[in-house]
Design a protein around this ligand. Structure first.
Ligand code: HEC
Ligand code: HEC
Ligand code: HEC
Length: 686
């Protein structure tokens, strides 16, 4: 976006008599330069459980079918499939549409109005109901977004529209219900459910009040529900769509044995200091402060409920979110005398309060405090030292690839604010080459060559002496001109690299086993070039530790990936199975279902953790390598605290086998027909 348009817009606002913000200082987004402008508000792997070559049309597409399966799961009888039904079900209105009473003995309610400047930039008309007996909480937000000025959808005009109640700009309603619904009975536990309804106005894609399955929250393309919500609200993006016993599509539980529909997302603490208000009755900071405190008090009760009720290894660990929310209100948001304290710093960050206040708190913790699990709290970034353990991974995702912060406005706030600079973060992580001579951080945009190649590979068939293809790839490189990838290998007298597809896919072939070095050069979309190198130890198939040739590896089958995960080999099942830890994201044993093959479910669960666009970013590779950022130095580059219990590949050959399998398209092999192998006896989905 050009600054000229922005200046024009601001000038227009002054001329037409903008009601203006009060004290909030807003930095308007310079639209981020990213490799893919649509990456925001979706997970790094936007095609979870979709095979590399797409899916045949008659089977489940885990991305396209997700919204329908999700809504079928959280609202099986369509009691909340319109905005009015949702409000009625959650006690906001009566059957005739009139406002429902809120008896102070059992109910708290509030209605606040503000513009959120940091996350979505909308004018927000937010309503809450909290049943203080059941502790069910429901919140909905009418979003006002004016996009009359091309390219400027995030400005203060959005708040103007809300102040004027100019409903043509109400483009949609976001809603969250925290309750046990649709489950009933003593054991039914509460979780958040995400809804989106079309608004009244011209930006809404469907008739007003109807449920929307794909939404465009940031003017960067339609994305599936609830995925586009839960990237910010703590959720997991690897849940599978399945066909239920009654033939409808449903989502399987996100954690094995957990609640289907509980995608591990949570309510967001409202950061009072980042909101914009107006000097109009009902819209001032003072008019809204106590309502926001009340919403935060209700949100705290949802966090504390989760802490008490969900205690398995893979469940969310809310400690940091609780500490922060309480800390912002002098320990207790329930006391109206306690005012919001924007300067609060969690105890793990007292040694670098500036870094926390300027960057980590506003730009990372907002999403990450909702992400840590009981056995892997580190990714919530509760401490400075834990944050520093992620230095190379942060370097990769922030400074090299420009993928974090994962929200468009947040990204812009991170890079464009005048009162802070990401160099503070680069310096704290010792990433000296990310800072220029003027001590400013260097924005992402330079080309980055990334090699995905197994560090150990079988390249010669020891029986025939023939060459065996080794698949390698430059997918995962960033800011490169497509097709500009150039490969070299040394010694070149006994090896060649042949291009084999888009994104730098190629085949390495050798005539003699030995130590080889690959070199990949790429040209940048913004100019410049970059070069990466990686060593590959090429073995003959009879050598000790020789992995299977890449093209021979499948998930099922002799010496396949599945076998490797079992007892006797990598033994992942000591934790990832019915006999292992509780609330795990994935079991490497087949589950049982009357409706579909549990082995297929198992394969898809693994596929959901494979990222074909950036093979080294695959969770199925990163977790068991304990976050290693250098494939040729797995233990040296591991991230402490990265993988629950630190269960890992027991040798480099296993890592290489998994990477080679991914580079060959992660084939299933022939899926065993029986719905149990390995004696797994748990249900795939309730
Ligand atoms: C870019 C990040 C982001 C995305 C995407 C996002 N939210 Fe939020 N949401 C937030 C933040 C931050 C808050 C806290 C208040 C605020 O800033 O408006 C919030 C607040 C809310 C609230 C008020 C209750 C609470 O949690 O504080 C609701 C309801 C809500 N979001 C629903 C949704 C739904 C439904 C979607 C998807 C359609 C969605 N959100 C997408 C970041 C996001
Ligand atoms: C809008 C929400 C959001 C913001 C803001 C955000 N992140 Fe993330 N971050 C995520 C999500 C979601 C994931 C998980 C991505 C996935 O698995 O697809 C993630 C993953 C990561 C990871 C990888 C963790 C792993 O398991 O390997 C790192 C590192 C990271 N973020 C760093 C940061 C830093 C540093 C900041 C602040 C400058 C930041 N993020 C801001 C949402 C966010
Ligand atoms: C000592 C216990 C333990 C062992 C052994 C173990 N894991 Fe894990 N793993 C966990 C826990 C706990 C989690 C959940 C918390 C986390 O993400 O770190 C997890 C998470 C994962 C995830 C992330 C799934 C997701 O969707 O978030 C993957 C992938 C994974 N493990 C793969 C493996 C593989 C492959 C092996 C064997 C080489 C293995 N694990 C061995 C404990 C273990």
């Amino acid at each position: 976006m050009s600054y000229k348009i922005l200046i024009l817009l601001l000038a227009t606002l002054v001329i037409t008599g903008c009601r203006g913000s009060d004290e909030t200082d807003i930095s308007e987004p310079r639209f981020p330069v990213t490799q893919d402008p649509d990456v925001f508000a979706q997970f790094l792997n936007s095609m979870a459980a979709v095979p590399r070559d797409g899916v045949p049309s008659d089977v489940i597409d885990n991305v396209q079918d997700f919204p329908e399966a999700y809504y079928n799961t959280i609202d099986p009888d369509n009691t909340r499939d319109t905005f009015d039904k949702w409000r009625q079900a959650n006690g906001f209105i009566n059957a005739d549409g009139s406002d429902a009473a809120c008896d102070p003995a059992t109910c708290r309610e509030t209605h606040v109005k503000f513009r959120d400047t940091k996350d979505l930039g909308y004018g927000r008309n937010m309503f809450m109901r909290w049943n203080t007996v059941t502790n069910d909480v429901a919140v909905y937000v009418e979003n006002f977004q004016v996009d009359a000025v091309p390219g400027v959808p995030y400005g203060p005009l959005n708040f103007e529209a809300l102040v004027n109640n100019d409903r043509q700009w109400n483009f949609g309603v976001n809603a969250i219900e925290f309750s046990a619904f649709p489950y009933v009975g003593a054991g039914a536990r509460k979780f958040t459910k995400f809804y989106n309804f079309a608004g009244d106005g011209i930006r809404a894609t469907d008739p007003s009040g109807t449920q929307q399955h794909f939404v465009d929250l940031d003017n960067r393309g339609d994305k599936p529900m609830p995925t586009t919500c839960i990237v910010c609200h703590g959720g997991r993006g690897r849940t599978l769509v399945v066909e239920a016993d009654d033939g409808t599509l449903k989502v399987a539980p996100t954690l094995v044995g957990g609640i289907a529909g509980d995608v591990q997302a949570h309510m967001q603490t409202i950061e009072f200091d980042t909101l914009q208000f107006a000097n109009e009755p009902g819209f001032t900071r003072a008019d809204n402060e106590d309502g926001i405190r009340l919403i935060n008090q209700a949100i705290l009760s949802t966090y504390e409920y989760r802490k008490q009720e969900f205690t398995g290894s893979g469940d969310w660990n809310p400690d940091l979110a609780i500490e922060t929310l309480r800390g912002r209100y002098a320990g207790d948001p329930g006391n109206p005398a306690n005012r919001y304290n924007a300067n609060f710093v969690p105890s793990g960050w007292t040694s670098d309060q500036n870094l926390y206040r300027s960057l980590v708190g506003p730009n990372c913790a907002v999403c990450h405090a909702l992400r840590g699990t009981n056995d892997t709290t580190s990714v919530a970034f509760p401490t400075l030292s834990g944050f520093q353990n992620y230095d190379q991974r942060i370097d990769h995702l922030i400074f090299e690839q420009g993928k974090m912060p994962l929200g468009l406005l947040n990204y812009s706030n991170f890079w464009d604010s005048t009162d802070k600079d990401p160099s503070t973060m680069a310096t704290a992580l010792d990433l000296t080459d990310r800072v220029d001579d003027n001590d400013r951080a260097i924005r992402p945009g330079a080309p980055q060559a990334v090699i995905a190649a197994p560090p150990i590979a079988t390249g010669i068939d020891s029986v025939s002496g023939n060459t065996v293809d080794i698949a390698i790839s430059g997918a995962g490189s960033a800011f490169t001109v497509a097709g500009s990838e150039r490969w070299q290998v040394s010694p070149s007298s006994t090896a060649t690299v042949t291009p084999a597809g888009p994104a730098g896919d190629a085949i390495l072939r050798v005539t003699t086993p030995g130590a080889y070095v690959l070199t990949l050069s790429v040209d940048g979309v913004n100019g410049g070039t970059d070069t990466a190198t990686q060593a590959v130890q090429v073995l003959g198939s009879f050598d000790a530790n020789a992995p299977l040739p890449g093209s021979a590896i499948s998930y099922f089958g002799l010496d396949g990936i599945h076998e490797m995960l079992q007892a006797g080999q990598a033994n992942c099942v000591q934790c990832h199975s019915p006999n292992g830890l509780s609330s795990m994201p994935v079991h490497y044993t087949a589950c049982q279902s009357n409706q579909f093959n549990g082995n297929e479910f198992l394969y898809k669960s693994v596929l959901a953790r494979v990222n074909f666009d950036a093979p080294l970013d695959s969770l199925f590779l990163r977790k068991p390598a304990n976050g290693a950022t250098d494939p040729t130095d797995l233990s040296g580059s591991a991230i402490s605290g990265y993988h629950g219990g630190a269960g890992a590949f027991t040798n480099e050959s296993q890592y290489s086998t998994v990477l080679a399998w991914i580079l060959n398209g992660a084939p299933s092999g022939s899926i065993p027909a029986a719905s149990t192998i390995d004696g797994g006896a748990e249900a795939c989905a309730p």
